[in-house]
Design a protein around this ligand. Structure first.
Ligand SMILES: Cc1ncc(COP(=O)(O)O)c(C=O)c1O
Length: 455
């Protein structure tokens, strides 16, 4: 294994479609289309698990299904031996619908509703991550199977280097119990007093972290806390979970740490923190809960190119918009976080369009840096400053890499666009639709127009 001084070399780890398969999928299922590659996803989980086990013998991987809760994706994660993190009753129901036993699910949430807790306990959820004092009191009063275990979410007070909207480990957070102000210790004492089947502690400090320092120190701080609790209160944690957060390669500039190095860093920080404490010689399980870093790079989104127009633009002379048949409603991340992506062209045919070809519109040949835009009312400049062939034309496709996480999961019907379908590329080279596009009937099924509104 590589040492921290000689990190494991990485080539481009992202799945991409070949032009032939891309054209076949778009012809069969239409666009926009999410595509997930089964072999890539399975291999990623296997590599992550092997790396974590090499770094720590009692290592466990939980898939954070918020990243992609398509049933087939959850089923694959389960088939690869992951437990499933669910952040709501809906995600728990999705996991169950995907064939995952509730006992393999971990329920999170900073404001779980009574009904959510009752449902989770009634189906025998494996772990409930406790997030606030009221919840501790509530679950203690509810009927609960003896097997349901509880984990206390800690706010370790570290500020990760990432977008503020996906930063959760700092002191000023709605998630979990603060370690430094004594809340975490009080919560632990209270859970023990009430006889909850307490297993250990959890933290999740943020997402898309390319610098692993926050996770390293988050892991250290929760392990240090567990060691203190063992010394002061005699409670020996048998489970620590350091959450998810490892970043992925959205663009060529992103260089996530190889998972082997990352797992070693996390395991070392936790082991260092428990040294000399009663936990040092107790074989507690160490969990990670990645979402993005398991599924993001296994997915792409295919769009069809429509309108192409070059307009005058301040400070740059002109700007060429390449408008695709999706946008904000299937990928809100550029608008929410200013996220950047890698976009690649797939020509509609093997021949080259000409300006007088059928429906072809030539981009100014000198212009190859374009703005790929969506079709929503907002100015959804989806992807700016993208290099695409200058003779790109209507009917060509583009594939956006690394869209397996937080894309289909965050899709909406904004502007009444149907949410895209998801195709799964099987390991044998075949493909199958695992989530179809919304139908118009579904779009309006929840609504009614009261009689008398229209005269
Ligand atoms: C509690 C928890 N666990 C795991 C994750 C997954 O994070 P990521 O997708 O960055 O690995 C999140 C993401 O928000 C989270 O809130």
């Amino acid at each position: 294994m590589a040492s921290a001084d000689s990190p494991t070399p990485v080539s481009d780890p992202r799945f991409r479609l070949s032009p032939t398969v891309a054209r076949e999928l778009s012809a069969e299922y239409g666009t926009p289309l999410y595509v997930v590659d089964e072999a890539h996803f399975r291999a990623r989980i296997q590599r992550y698990r092997a790396a974590f086990l090499a770094a720590y013998p009692q290592a466990e991987i939980t898939f954070a299904s918020k990243a992609n809760s398509t049933l087939a994706v959850i089923a694959l994660a389960h088939a690869e031996g992951c437990e499933i993190d669910v952040a709501s009753e809906g995600e728990l129901r999705a996991a169950i619908a995907a064939g995952v036993p509730a006992s393999k699910c971990h329920l999170h949430g900073n404001n779980k509703q009574l009904g959510e807790l009752e449902f989770a306990l009634s189906v025998g959820v494996g772990k409930i991550i406790l997030d606030h004092f009221g919840e501790i009191e509530t679950v203690a009063k509810l009927d609960r199977p003896a097997e349901t275990r509880f984990v206390i979410r800690l706010a370790p007070g570290v500020d990760p280097v990432t977008h503020a909207k996906i930063s959760t480990g700092q002191a000023d957070t709605k998630f979990g119990f603060n370690i430094t102000d004594g809340s975490a210790e009080k919560a632990t004492q209270r859970a023990l007093e009430l006889g909850l089947n307490l297993l250990g502690f959890h933290c999740h400090v943020g997402s898309q972290l390319l610098d692993p320092e926050a996770q390293r120190s988050g892991g250290f701080l929760i392990a240090e806390f567990a060691a203190k609790i063992a010394r002061d209160h005699g409670f020996i944690a048998s489970y620590l979970n350091v959450g998810g957060g490892l970043g992925v390669k959205y663009t060529d500039k992103d260089e996530p740490m190889p998972v082997e190095d990352y797992c070693r860093l996390v395991a070392e920080s936790v082991s260092e923190a428990v040294k000399g404490s009663p936990l040092e010689n107790v074989p507690f399980s160490l969990g990670q809960e990645p979402g993005r870093s398991l599924i993001a790079e296994s997915g792409v989104t295919l769009y069809s190119v429509g309108v192409i127009k070059t307009v005058p633009a301040k400070d740059r002379g002109t700007r060429t918009y390449v408008c695709v048949d999706g946008g904000l409603s299937d990928n809100p991340r550029p608008v929410m976080y200013g996220s950047k992506y890698t976009v690649e062209a797939i020509r509609a045919n093997d021949w080259t369009y000409t300006t007088d070809g059928p429906g072809a519109v030539m981009v100014d040949p000198s212009e190859s840096t374009v703005t790929v835009s969506g079709k929503h009312c907002e100015t959804d400049k989806l992807f700016e400053d993208i290099s695409l062939p200058s003779d790109l034309a209507i009917g060509d496709l583009v594939q956006v890499l690394c869209t397996g996480a937080y894309n289909s999961a965050m899709a909406s019907n904004y502007n009444r666009y149907p949410r895209p379908a998801t195709a799964l590329l099987r390991t044998d080279g075949t493909h199958i639709l695992v989530q179809r596009r919304d139908t118009w009937d579904e779009m309006f099924a929840r609504e009614s127009v009261p009689s008398g509104l229209v005269s």
